[in-house]
Design a binder for this molecule. Structure first.
Ligand code: TEU
Ligand code: CA
Length: 534
């Protein structure tokens, strides 16, 4: 159980188990693979792990299609493996956050197997059924969101893959079932939940409303506003939330969520079509929304989430910066910019070693349902070259290659003794933990120092935020509390003169090893952190 202020001490590390560490030689990451790497996470300096879905699943969407909310996916190990992981994490002071997928199940779930069998089955209205599609809603993974079910001569709704039927939250039995799932895992010692597309559980099909429906707060409060969930950390994936609605969900006394992922900075480096890359605009697409949310956070007393990467997106280093000659500088500048802000940092596995986009030649090297559907819908309509280029730019598989622990090719860079379920990152020989640690410019060691500064500074964890930027091409801000002042300077692509507020400074951290005097020009993707003496 955590109190609200303690949430600001959290530094969460997101783990995609399938791609983290294999320990039984089947080429698939597993729960024991997380357990054996817990000391590594403590060394990095995180204090919580968010485990992407590890429940029973046919893996049409790599675990986000759940067939049993109360049992562990065969490929990831046993329930005892999960219990051991949870106990070992808690032994190290690591909080355990599970992924809570409330909007849909797998078609393999018992509830759906029953529901689709006949119209009068008691589970039938656990899902949405129509005689004919009432609208042209599309699935997030392409194609119609309505799938025909011959057994009942009806269509069911699936906002995502065909195998992910949406649960009907208007049905009180569904709400009770999902509260029981939460209580089951809280009873096993889970400290929190990351709530998958939570704002989509309240819809209004008749009025063309796909998310943020009028009963959303009622449903969230029913899930997490109970005595059983007092002190449980919850972060909602609610992309549709804005400044006005965020307080309704995350306000201190709302008894709904601790925080949400606000994603206004997530569009950088891509077009409307997420597979089509676009030149980044760090000022307009990152600095501006970050400043806005920092001010909202202070003004409305809500807890922001601070994140650049996750398992759904091309690496931020590639989208927002320079993943070639300035990969180290970009990775460390972004880390400095994001993780000294006011809010709760979320790191995704691999960003601590400066992971960047990969390059593959054929659709056969991809696994993600969204990517494969995208390819199949366009094959033959645009050139294969253009299609593969788009997929390399925007596929979620960029974030799902096996974690490269070492330089050793025989063990697939330390991930597995068997051929991994997905091809390795094309640059795993260069970008891996072993090589990073051997380098003078180690992203991992920079993250370690950055997280240590955060851990030791009350101004950074609880303090105010002041935007001190003048002009474009950089982001300068200060965090202050009780006289402690931390100044953060982040330069973007071009070398620039950055005049700092007058005062005396002590340099705490810099990503250019020769940064001494604060008055010399800031170089491409240079970052520096100062303690202001006065
Ligand atoms: O993603 C929800 C979501 O935001 C998707 O629309 C996301 O943008 C997707 O990756 C399309 O680009 C969550 C999970 O993070 C994702 O892995 C799942 O596939 C999805 O929900 C369905 O559970
Ligand atoms: Ca395995």
């Amino acid at each position: 159980m955590l109190k609200r202020d303690e949430f600001l001490d959290l530094v969460v590390y997101e783990i995609y188990p399938r791609s983290f560490q294999d320990t039984n030689g089947d080429g698939i990451g597993d729960l024991n693979g997380i357990t054996v790497r817990l000391d590594y996470l403590c060394e990095l300096g995180v204090n919580a792990i968010w485990i992407c879905p590890c429940y029973k699943s046919p893996n049409e969407d790599n675990g986000y299609d759940i067939a049993d909310y109360r049992d562990i996916m065969d490929e990831f190990g046993t329930f005892d493996d999960w219990k051991r992981l949870c106990a070992e994490a808690h032994k190290r002071g690591l909080k355990v956050i599970m992924d809570f997928v409330a909007n849909h199940t797998s078609v393999q779930h018992k509830w759906f197997k029953e529901a689709r069998s006949s119209k009068d089955n008691p589970y039938h209205d656990y899902y949405y059924w129509v005689q004919t599609p009432p609208n042209d809603w599309k699935s997030a993974f392409g194609g119609s969101a309505w799938e025909y079910n011959p057994q009942t001569d009806e269509y069911y709704l699936h906002s995502f893959a065909v195998g992910q039927p949406d649960l009907n939250w208007e049905n009180p039995k569904v709400r009770k079932e999902m509260c029981d799932v939460v209580d089951f895992w809280v009873g096993l010692g889970v400290d929190g939940f990351r709530c998958d597309v939570l704002d989509q559980i309240s819809k209004d099909i008749a009025n063309d409303v796909r998310s943020n429906g009028e009963r959303l707060h009622e449903y969230i409060r029913q899930l997490f506003g109970r005595e059983e969930t007092e002190g449980i950390f919850t972060v909602g994936e609610c992309w549709g939330v804005n400044e006005n609605t965020v307080v309704d969900i995350c306000g201190p006394n709302r008894k709904e969520l601790t925080c949400i992922f606000q994603g206004d900075h997530c569009a950088i480096g891509r077009s409307e079509d997420k597979m089509i890359a676009k030149a980044p605009d760090l000022d307009g697409q990152v600095k501006t929304p970050l400043v806005r949310w920092q001010n909202i956070s202070v003004r409305q007393n809500i807890l922001c989430t601070l994140f650049t990467d996750n398992h759904d997106n091309q690496w931020y280093v590639t989208r927002a910066g320079n993943d070639g000659e300035y990969r180290y500088e970009t990775a460390t500048m972004l880390a400095t910019m994001f993780f000294l802000l006011r809010g709760i940092p979320f790191l995704y596995q691999g960003q601590e070693i400066g992971m960047a986009g990969s390059k593959h030649d054929s659709i056969a090297e991809f696994r993600d349902v969204e990517t494969i559907n995208y390819y199949n819908e366009r094959k033959g309509k645009i050139s294969e070259e253009e299609l593969i280029a788009r997929i390399n730019a925007g596929s979620r598989d960029n974030a799902r290659h096996p974690f490269p622990w070492t330089k050793d090719k025989a063990t697939h860079h330390g991930f597995s003794t068997a051929t991994p379920w997905i091809p390795e990152h094309a640059s795993a020989d260069e970008i891996n933990l072993e090589s990073d640690l051997a380098s003078q410019k180690s992203v991992f060691r920079y993250y370690q120092k950055l997280l240590k500064i955060r851990k030791e500074s009350r101004a950074i964890r609880y303090g105010n935020f002041h935007d001190l930027t003048n002009g474009k091409g950089n982001f300068v801000y200060e965090r202050d509390m009780d006289g402690e002042k931390i100044l953060v300077v982040c330069n973007f692509e071009k070398e620039s003169e950055i005049s700092l507020p007058c005062g005396k400074y002590t340099l705490l951290l810099a990503n250019y090893l020769d940064r001494t005097d604060e008055n010399r020009p800031f170089r491409p993707y240079e970052a520096a952190v100062y303690k202001r003496i006065r």
